[in-house]
Design a protein around this ligand. Structure first.
Ligand code: ACO
Length: 372
């Protein structure tokens, strides 16, 4: 076998520059275009953060007004996209539905290949994904779709389209915080997938479709839904500590991965968790579900003390979406709606300064042999 150093999983390998975000594992910090994500989550709308990721600066008041005037009318789905969503089986995973919908949206764009128009395509995807997720949510329950609103902001409208009523301010705010925290995280697996596809000069829809496929996996975005499966296995209700201990003994004995814990970059805690945990606690208080906090803390305490592996963003996000009334399989599509901002910012950055991404491999198969 060839003797060459390999970097399995590309762990620790920088492969390009990016000006979009900076993850600093040493200080547990995350900056979007230089701003700490906690400050953005405390004070900005999701629209402002999307604008920041794409344009490098926060919008002025007039720029934000123009952005809203441009994107709110795009929230409504083309009837052919709506029909494609409706044609999918009711038991299809919602991630498959959103992946298919993005692909259909791309097929309807005659200028899909115009790479210079990628920013307006990104804005359109940002505007339309909530309608896809909400339509899918409602059709599974036998409910008619709800028309997007033009007076609600992004987070409020997403909840409006899903549940058919204007959300309470506290709920919309916790949802907004989650979207901002999920929006961007440097060269994670799905963003990297999007950049690889963009690097071939394929179109933005193909790159986003591929990124959605990468996000679906439980080692990445799919972990937020997996956290809820774990909570269901352990069981809600008072007295979580004892149930957690028994469940964890068994899970560790069978070498199960505990979803919602661990991170490739952060090894002493995910910078986004404290902010998302605060939002989750607000929802726990709002819905009067102290048992969820008891379970959350019991599993965290027990697992961290045994393994020294800390929660990632998916750990508080999953229970928060559950409390809001989303179905478990819809958690990762919400992540898509948020992360499409980061993905498309990266796709644009990749195309602007492109090099085809094509790593090497080290062959370890059978030695050369012949059929002749
Ligand atoms: N549960 C149990 N053991 C774990 C976990 C976990 N969640 N995370 C890491 N470990 C253990 C591994 O088993 C391994 O142990 P070993 O050395 O004895 O074999 C060691 O810690 C190193 O783990 P790796 O998986 O090799 O580390 P890597 O950096 O590749 O993992 C990952 C990062 C994939 C996120 C991992 O921690 C994991 O699988 N976590 C669960 C899935 C999850 O929550 N993903 C969400 C990521 S964040 C996001 O997408 C928002």
């Amino acid at each position: 076998m060839e003797e060459k150093e390999i970097y399995k999983g590309l762990a620790g390998v920088p492969i390009d520059y990016t000006a979009i975000s900076k993850v600093n594992a040493e200080t547990n910090s995350l900056l979007y275009r230089g701003y700490p994500v906690q400050e953005l989550a405390a004070s900005k709308t999701f629209e402002e953060v999307a604008y920041l990721l794409w344009n490098g600066e926060l919008p002025s008041e007039s720029e934000l007004t123009a952005f809203n005037e441009r994107t709110r009318p795009l929230r409504k789905l083309d009837p052919r996209v709506a029909a494609a969503v409706d044609a999918l089986p009711l038991d299809a995973h919602p991630m498959d539905v959103v992946r298919t919908a993005v692909s259909v949206i791309g097929s309807l764009d005659k200028d899909a290949w115009t790479l210079t128009e990628n920013l307006s395509k990104a804005e359109a995807l940002f505007a339309q994904i909530p309608a896809v997720v909400a339509r899918d949510h409602r059709r599974r329950k036998g409910l008619e779709p709800v028309e997007p609103s033009s007076h609600l902001n992004y987070a409020e409208d997403f909840l409006w389209q899903t549940f058919g009523e204007e959300p309470e301010a506290a709920v919309a705010d916790a949802f907004r915080v989650s979207l901002i925290l999920y929006a961007e995280h440097s060269f994670n697996a799905s963003t990297f997938t999007g950049r690889v596809i963009a690097s071939t000069l394929s179109d933005i829809y193909s790159a986003v479709t591929g990124a959605i496929g990468a996000l679906k996996g439980p080692l990445h975005g799919g972990a937020n839904e997996a956290v809820l499966h774990i909570f269901n296995e352990i069981g809600f209700g008072p007295g979580a500590k004892e149930r957690v201990k028994v469940w964890l003994d068994n899970a560790l004995a069978t070498k199960r991965k505990i979803m919602g814990f661990g991170h490739r970059v952060y090894k002493s805690g995910d910078s986004r968790v404290p902010t998302m945990r605060d939002a989750m606690v607000k929802m726990i208080e709002h819905y009067g579900r102290a048992d969820v906090l008891e379970l959350y803390e019991a599993l965290e305490e027990d697992f961290v003390s045994r393994k020294g592996i800390y929660p990632n963003l998916d750990y508080p996000a999953g229970p928060t979406y559950h409390l809001m009334g989303f179905e478990t399989e819809e958690f990762t599509p919400i992540f898509v709606a948020a992360r499409v901002t980061g993905w498309t910012a990266h796709i644009i950055e990749q195309v602007e300064n492109n090099a085809l991404i094509r790593p090497l491999s080290v062959y370890n198969g059978v030695p050369e042999r012949h059929v002749l």
